[in-house]
Design a protein around this ligand. Structure first.
Ligand code: ADP
Length: 160
């Protein structure tokens, strides 16, 4: 049996925490699809096309990872990709409540799809894309949290 996992998120932009998680998933599953949600309600800093491009660039070193975009229900994206697993990251207890709710809702929508969680390296347990944007917005150096080209694009977008 081939196992295919969907790793969904906004990835605005993709961080080293996301990369760490995707690399770990790449070892476990035959195929991993990083599925980037359009998420217009979150008013992303980068367009979907830009986020897709940055994810491709950051994960080009992993053969069994592909990147796709989606707009709408995650479970539809899972079906379209022919995946069996939804993969999410857990950084801290604070992630748990939302993730538990999301997993329960997705199970209601399709009981055959499992949600699985991975934790990143301790180096990235505190890392979130929103915090990276906030620090960079105030002129802070976030280069240790991003692929060098993503760091460049973020600083450019923020006018630094
Ligand atoms: P969303 O908007 O759906 O929360 P994100 O792009 O913020 O999407 O995150 C996508 C997934 O990656 C989520 O499961 C999130 O918990 C996980 N994630 C984000 N940052 C990290 C990190 N530093 N380490 C591990 N997982 C992470």
């Amino acid at each position: 049996m081939t196992t295919k996992a969907i790793y969904p998120g906004t990835f605005d932009p993709i961080t080293r925490g996301h990369i760490d998680l995707a690399e770990r998933a790449g070892v476990i599953f035959n195929e991993v699809v990083v599925a980037i949600s359009a998420s217009p309600a979150k008013e992303p800093l980068f367009s979907l096309e830009e986020r897709l491009d940055m994810a491709r660039l950051s994960l080009s070193h992993v053969d069994n990872i592909t990147i796709t975009g989606f707009d709408g229900l995650l479970i539809d994206c899972v079906h379209n990709a022919g995946a069996q697993v939804v993969l999410r990251g857990l950084r801290a207890v604070s992630d748990f409540e939302y993730e538990f709710q999301l997993a329960a809702m997705n199970r209601r929508l399709d009981p055959t799809i499992e949600t699985m969680f991975l934790t990143p390296s301790e180096r990235y347990t505190f890392l979130s894309a929103s915090m990276v944007k906030e620090i960079a917005g105030h002129g802070g150096d976030v280069s240790q949290f991003l692929h060098p080209q993503i760091n460049e694009r973020l600083n450019k977008r923020l006018g630094h």
